[in-house]
Design a protein around this ligand. Structure first.
Ligand code: EPZ
Length: 416
């Protein structure tokens, strides 16, 4: 896998455009299967997870054209309900295809989903919900096979507000018989965007963004054109890089309400935040303040996808900070890599105590997952000397071109 070479010690300054959201585009690509025709997704990011999803859709019989930021998916043909081993197993969001393919074909078989090494990432909530909706599921060590004579709307209570399970139930419910109500639904902005997309296709979804989402099943959906929301985690990552390097950047488009909890933390660390409609500017202080304790939570809490990037920033803060990871049990994999660069971090179960005041030194480190990889790039920008981040493929799963964007902001970074 390729790597990034980073020269540390320069601050990020300037303007940067934010790509379309990975975690909105992926469920929308699955949703294309619920109509027969040509769907156009604008502002679709050029990232590996999208390319993998395209491969899965094409293997099922769809045809696609990705021109500029517009991805066109034609689902008018007869499609297979089989997701081949090579593709589905390579990414987490393949599980999201279940609800959509069942909605269209009443049959789907797929491998157990792959994904980052940030935790076990079970899919029990997805399967339990679909079984409640009249789906019978057979599974073995290879994967899952699901069939239904018809999908039946039901009251689904999620024990945890799982993003993926909420999305899968929505995708299964839009063409089901009757009404589905999801209790304790996830409220992430990407789910709200997915629901707006589906409603424009003709679905009847209410309550998105709240803990109770209601879907009245309809007979069919039409293929439409739609613009994907900006990626709030990419924006947050770039703000973290600016904060960590004493920089001053303006990012657009960014929806301030999608990043409120992240911006509040940066403000508490001494950063100035200027909001002008869909442009957000972050001005870093000469020295970051520590955060007494930050816990990751489902939206609108602090997002787990920003936890590693914040950890990198806090290594240089003036004092000790504590991060508590409540979503994924294995998201501290990045700690030994930061320690190689001189960070002082103590991990105890789901808590990490970061001793600030460290001047990181350049080293050769390796990414273990998508957001941890982005955090190592931030650490490289902060460090004295040169850093090589191995495993850039992890980062390219979710970031269109972090090299291009950070170079544009004045960083010395290149892809080897
Ligand atoms: C989505 O993953 C995102 N991925 C993740 O982003 C994000 O970190 C996560 O939501 C939380 O916000 C996509 O949207 C493609 P969950 P997902 O179901 O759906 C447990 C990134 O970096 N759980 O909300 O897999 C699970 O183990 C990625 O862009 C079950 O126990 O997250 C976790 O502890 C990483 N059983 C918690 O719920 C289930 O059936 C939250 O997971 C499902 C989940």
């Amino acid at each position: 896998m390729a790597s990034f070479q980073i020269r540390g010690g320069c601050s990020l300054n300037g303007e940067v455009r934010i790509q379309g959201s990975k975690n909105a585009a992926l469920p929308m690509l699955a949703a294309c299967l619920l109509s027969r025709g040509e769907t156009k997704l604008y502002n679709c990011p050029h990232i590996t997870d999208v390319y993998n999803m395209i491969k899965i859709l094409e293997n099922m019989g769809c045809s696609t054209v990705f021109c500029g930021d517009c991805l066109t998916v034609d689902t008018s043909g007869n499609l297979s309900g089989v997701i081949s081993m090579g593709d589905g197993a390579s990414m987490r969001s393949s599980i999201m295809l279940m609800g959509a393919v069942l909605g269209r074909q009443k049959y789907v078989s797929l491998p157990w989903p792959g994904g980052c090494s940030i935790g076990k990432r079970p899919v029990d909530l997805h399967l339990k919900a679909l079984e409640q909706m009249n789906v019978s599921i057979r599974s073995d060590h290879c994967g899952l096979e699901c069939t239904t004579p018809y999908l039946q709307g039901k009251d689904i209570c999620l024990p945890i507000p799982s993003v993926g399970a909420t999305e899968n139930v929505i995708l299964a419910a839009v063409l089901a018989r009757g009404t589905t109500t999801i209790h304790n639904a996830a409220k992430e902005p990407e789910i709200v965007d997915l629901c707006h997309f589906l409603n424009e296709m003709g679905a009847q979804i209410h309550g998105m963004g709240t803990h109770r989402i209601t879907i009245n099943g309809v007979k069919q959906l039409k293929s439409i054109s739609y613009t994907v929301m900006p990626d709030r985690i990419v924006a947050g990552t770039y703000f973290a890089a600016a904060a960590a390097t004493g920089g001053n950047i303006l990012a657009y488009p960014v929806k301030e309400k999608d990043l409120r909890s992240v911006l509040d933390v940066f403000a508490a660390m001494g950063c100035g935040i200027i909001i002008r409609r869909d442009q957000l500017q972050l001005i870093a202080p000469p020295l970051l303040l520590p955060v007494e304790s930050i816990c990751t939570r489902p939206f609108p809490g602090f997002p787990t996808d920003m936890q590693s990037q914040l950890m990198a920033c806090l290594t240089a803060a003036r004092g000790t900070s504590v991060i508590c990871e409540n979503i994924f049990e294995d998201r501290f994999k990045i700690v030994p890599q930061l320690e190689k660069m001189g960070a002082k971090i103590l991990v105890n179960e789901n808590k990490a105590v970061i001793r600030g005041g460290c001047r990181l030194t350049g080293s050769c480190v390796s990414a273990q997952d998508l957001r941890g990889g982005a955090a190592l790039v931030i650490a490289g920008l902060m460090a004295e000397g040169d850093t090589r981040v191995e495993g850039s493929g992890y980062i390219e799963r979710g970031y269109e071109d972090i090299c291009r964007d950070f170079s544009q902001l004045g960083a010395g970074i290149c892809r080897l």
